[in-house]
Design a protein around this ligand. Structure first.
Ligand SMILES: [Zn+2]
Length: 455
């Protein structure tokens, strides 16, 4: 499984979080269903321009200018920010995380292959992929060929050397607008840097082979990035299909609008944490919408998700407390519910339905330990940290009880001293006996006062 990773030029926001949570849910589902999963994710740290169609500036250089840091500092800083988000959201780490800048050789090799087979052409400004040579290019993912051409023409300044508007860059040369490009490497076609798309083909093939099972990405990759990946991969290897299953995650809106800096609606996970939310509240929220649908993020929605999640944890905690001997919690998964749960995730990863089955299990009249062990089993897919949260909750409750007990004890000791001062020996003895019988505490009087002894 190959999942298109982030371009590390700015902070990770909740739109990214949705994409990586969905990838994680899919991966966890496959593992739950018994598949072996080798998960590769790239980190784009060169070549992704401000337009997916090779126009504009290099995003990393733009980020470096914005934050007044070097490109290498930007890459390091935002990669760490991204990985930190993944871990807060309880996302399983991919088996391989690979950076474009660590795989320049592999990319050059792929470009050379395409040139040798005449699918690519060298020009003074760049090496281009010739989209006219790949017949299926204009029909991939059910695109309309005419619309695709028009869109490409509108967005792209064809320049003097590009043969077709849809052709895309495999290797940028450090000339013209990129004369001062900071990140640059030697290549058979001169000093420069790779285009964005080629990294995904080069790295996925290196780690997963020339053909593999699953490739995910945002729905915005349907028009340019993924068709380009297919074109350059299948032409280089002469093998079809490059990927068996493409999974495209739909967008996240915020209060019905596209996220944008100018609207001030770009939220990061840390913003939500500052507002008192747990990353699991967001994860629970995102679970409730299929990857195929747009999700409209609202704070009302997040609040509802928080309430549902906390209610679930509280119900399970109460059940846990009811179990007398925790050592004997059976490690059993209720077959009836497991079948339903499995059917839900097998049904195009229907997590909203899977969540409803969790609730069905919790509300059933089965023994508490069975409910708990079943829900914890489902959490292998959901990744909601259910077991940990129950244990944390129990610890909190115990701590609260301890405090109450301590306060009560202190009050009793005070009352006894008062009774003694008032020479109310009867009352003082009553308290002494109660402390002994109920709390196993013995009071030893001394000349200056008293001390207590645990029996
Ligand atoms: Zn990609």
């Amino acid at each position: 499984m190959y999942t298109c990773g982030p371009t590390v030029y700015d902070y990770t926001h909740i739109g990214h979080a949705r994409k990586y949570i969905l990838d994680d849910l899919i991966k966890r589902s496959l593992l739950y269903l018994g598949y072996k999963v080798k998960h590769v994710m790239n980190i784009t740290d060169v070549g992704h321009l401000t337009s997916d169609q090779d126009e504009g500036y290099d995003k990393i250089e733009a980020g470096a200018n914005k934050y007044n840091k070097s490109v290498w500092e930007i890459i390091k800083f935002f990669t760490e920010d991204f990985l930190n988000n993944l871990s807060l959201l309880n996302i399983l780490k991919p088996n391989i995380i690979c950076k474009a800048t660590d795989h320049i050789k592999e990319q050059i090799r792929q470009i050379q292959k395409l040139l040798n087979k005449k699918y690519a052409y060298d020009t003074p400004e760049a090496v281009y992929f010739d989209t006219k040579k790949f017949k299926r290019y204009f029909k991939l993912f059910g695109q309309n060929p005419t619309e695709k051409l028009i869109a490409a023409r509108e967005e792209v300044n064809t320049g003097n050397f590009k043969k077709n508007p849809t052709d895309f860059v495999l290797w940028f040369k450090a000339v013209g607008r990129f004369e001062n490009h900071i990140m640059r490497w030697e290549s058979p076609w001169g000093v420069g840097f790779p285009g964005w798309h080629i990294e995904c083909s080069a790295m996925s093939m290196k780690y997963l082979g020339e053909q593999f099972d699953i490739h995910t990405g945002g729905i915005d990759h349907i028009s340019v990035h993924h068709p380009n990946e297919i074109a350059q991969s299948e032409c280089a290897t002469c093998k079809t299909p490059f990927v068996k299953y493409w999974i495209h995650h739909n967008f996240l809106l915020v209060e019905n609008e596209k996220m944008s800096k100018s609207k001030g609606n770009v939220y990061r996970l840390v913003d939500l944490i500052e507002k008192g939310y747990d990353p699991m509240h967001l994860r629970y929220y995102f679970l409730q919408t299929s990857y195929r649908n747009t999700l409209n993020f609202t704070f009302t929605g997040l609040e509802q998700a928080k309430n549902s999640y906390e209610r679930l944890i509280n119900l399970l905690t109460n059940m846990y407390i009811q179990i007398k001997n925790k050592k004997y919690i059976r490690n059993i998964v209720l077959k009836k519910y497991k079948t339903k749960f499995t059917e839900a995730i097998e049904e195009d990863f229907n997590f909203p339905k899977a969540i409803s089955i969790v609730w069905e299990t919790v509300k059933s009249d089965l023994a508490p330990d069975l409910v708990i062990s079943t829900v914890i089993n489902f959490d292998k897919v959901l990744g909601l940290k259910i077991k940990q949260k129950i244990i944390d909750n129990v610890a909190k409750i115990k701590q609260a009880h301890k405090l109450i007990k301590k306060e009560r004890l202190e009050n009793l000791l005070k009352d006894r001293m008062l009774a003694k001062q008032e020479k109310n020996w009867k009352k003082a003895d009553e308290i002494r006996n109660m402390l002994k019988n109920r709390y196993n505490i013995e009071i030893i009087d001394t000349e200056s006062g008293y001390y207590v002894k645990l029996k």
